[in-house]
Design a protein around this ligand. Structure first.
Ligand code: PBG
Length: 333
């Protein structure tokens, strides 16, 4: 910094004076290839069920999920992330439906693979909350606490079920200790050497997940909170320890979640480890932006793009966002 000339020799407004110059000096760019599109799989007969608390987002039938995947390919979005809304009569205390090779998520994986072949990456959620009758991400012990090691065994099986159906990226979102290592070992033993693990390494016990829980139907079931496994929003150093552990256990990439309120964690993880770090711009962030824009706070597209760009500036490798289709359309115009 010491070699900088001073005003008036230096006028930083000079490079901002024209559109061409702003384009030339732009440090970060968003492209459709930065985006992962989360898709909810519906269990009813309807092709499309709008999610009331996520305006513009729907649950789709399995054939419609395949159609969305084709749309993603045509827009240059490289990857989708699948989340099932398991029928309520299939939710149990131990979430057995997670291991059913013909469950909703496995049906959707196969449908997308049939429709798109290798042209798109399929990321799948490993956690038990869409399958449990109590809405927690793990199984409970006799005193009602989330049992870590018993849950990890099930998660490793769940990952295998998804990998056998054709998932490319296993994304554990449960925050149990030791699950990345257990999943990696299970995948290696099964010969799934190329199946990636993108671990939700720093996932915070956040108030921004409400609409997602509506979308997967776990919100009404959940009693209490997830604070014994998801992280305290006050902790940054601990987030780095979580990330370090997951990398050591074999994660190919890590996720920070939620997004905008945790940009410092993305930045610190990149600086500390130089590994691929993804941001999850979660349901509450999407909903607040969309509802705020509708209420006249600002232009939806502009709010969306500014927030997405912030992730790139913070060093994110990619962004999981419900805006993926809208943003990709805007970028390709
Ligand atoms: C749970 C899971 C959650 C989200 C993704 N996976 C919610 C939770 O932890 O309760 C939230 C995503 C979002 O809000 O968009 N395994």
């Amino acid at each position: 910094m010491s070699i900088l000339p001073r005003y008036p020799a230096l006028r930083l407004r000079r490079t901002r004076a024209h559109g061409w110059s702003r384009a030339l000096f732009r440090e970060h760019r968003l492209s459709p290839a930065d985006l992962v599109w989360p898709l909810f799989i519906g269990s009813g007969d309807a092709d499309e069920e709008p999610v009331a608390t996520l305006p513009g987002v729907s649950r789709w039938s399995v054939p419609q999920i395949a159609a969305r995947a084709r749309e993603a390919v045509s827009l240059g979005i490289p990857c989708i992330a699948l989340f099932p809304n398991t029928p309520h009569d299939r939710r149990t205390a131990r979430g057995e439906e997670a291991l059913n090779p013909d469950n909703l998520i496995c049906q959707a994986i196969r449908a997308v693979r049939d429709a798109c072949g290798d042209a798109i990456g399929i990321m799948t959620d490993v956690a038990l909350d869409p399958y449990t009758s109590h809405g927690q991400d793990g199984v409970l012990d006799s005193r009602g606490r989330i049992a870590n090691d018993a849950t990890v065994e099930i998660l490793a099986q769940q990952a295998l079920v998804q990998a056998r159906a054709g998932a490319d990226i296993i994304a554990p979102s449960d925050m149990m200790d030791g699950r990345v290592g257990a999943i990696r070992r299970a995948l290696e033993e099964e010969g799934c050497h190329d199946v990636q693990i993108l671990s939700y390494a720093a996932k915070f016990a956040s108030a921004f997940y409400g609409p997602f829980r509506d979308a997967v139907g776990s919100g009404g079931l959940l009693k209490g909170d997830k604070k014994t496994y998801q992280m305290d929003p006050a902790n940054g150093d601990e987030a780095l320890r979580e990330i370090a552990l997951d990398i050591a256990e074999g994660a190919d990439a890590v996720m920070v979640k939620p997004g905008l309120a945790y940009l410092d964690i993305i930045w610190r993880a990149r600086e500390a480890f130089g590994v691929p770090v993804f941001a999850y711009q979660v349901s509450g962030e999407y909903a607040l932006t969309t509802i705020g824009a509708a209420a006249g706070v600002g232009d939806r597209d502009a709010l969306m793009m500014e927030k997405l760009l912030a992730f790139k500036r913070a060093g994110a490798t990619g962004i999981v966002t419900y805006f993926a289709r809208d943003a990709a359309r805007l970028l390709s115009d």
